[in-house]
Design a protein around this ligand. Structure first.
Ligand SMILES: C[S@@+](CC[C@H](N)C(=O)[O-])C[C@H]1O[C@@H](n2cnc3c(N)ncnc32)[C@H](O)[C@@H]1O
Length: 207
């Protein structure tokens, strides 16, 4: 019980300090804090990898973009879901995060993941390639959110879907209305919403 309360306390303190610092400058989740991401959130069901992946309705053979993949929490289960004929492109601005994802993929014998070290919004993604894209607790860390959403929009095939997940515990939390407004401005159409105002997944379609 004590260990649990101490962990919760540490998480709350880090979150508050980080949230305040992020108001001045967008700071990506440091690689040394990746364990926090890898906890797979014991507090809210919405942010759990299995729940997010289930909502994606992935078919074998699909191409999926994991934008801001971090330590591969979603990349690995998505790579399993698309199978050997599918592909996951894992993008992150930090090489340490990609390295961790590679290690996990190697241990899991997954060979259908491609890695790209890049900042979202810098136009590095191929157009019309993906059936699904994921941005899980990423958008608020990106300095130019509009450019990032525009890049993901063009990377999706027409009819492709972006899944955005946000939770209030994240220092860079983005509210639902903000995401709908920013995404709508680049052409996305709201398709589905799961969860509530403080912990949600929003599905956005490229028409
Ligand atoms: C809080 S972690 C979430 C990781 C993963 N999506 C998950 O939910 O497990 C946010 C990730 O976004 C990455 N990131 C931040 N800014 C980025 C940018 N401009 N372009 C690409 N990745 C970025 C960070 O390096 C970090 O790995």
């Amino acid at each position: 019980m004590n260990i649990f309360l101490n962990t919760v306390g540490i998480v709350v303190v880090i979150s508050v300090i980080w949230r305040l610092a992020s108001r001045r400058r967008s700071i990506p989740c440091p690689v040394w804090l990746r364990w926090l991401v890898e906890l797979d959130n014991p507090f809210t069901k919405t942010n759990r990898a299995a729940v997010i992946v289930q909502h994606l309705q992935i078919q074998p053979g699909m191409a999926v973009l994991d934008a801001g993949c971090g330590p591969g929490r979603l990349t690995i289960p998505v790579a399993r879901a698309v199978g050997p004929l599918g592909v996951v492109v894992a993008v992150d601005i930090q090489s340490g995060m990609l390295l961790r994802t590679r290690e996990k993929a190697r241990s899991a014998n997954l060979t259908n993941i491609q890695y790209l070290e890049a900042g979202l919004g810098k136009d590095k993604l191929e157009h019309n390639r993906f059936d699904r894209a994921l941005m899980v607790t990423v958008l608020g860390e990106v300095p130019n959110r509009e450019a990032a959403l525009k890049e993901v929009f063009h990377a999706l095939k027409p009819g492709g879907m972006l899944s955005v997940t946000e939770i209030i515990f994240d220092p860079h939390f983005q509210g639902r209305d903000t995401v709908i407004r920013l995404a709508g401005a680049v052409g996305f159409r709201k398709k589905a919403f799961f969860g509530n105002r403080v912990a949600y997944t929003l599905h956005l379609e490229r028409p």
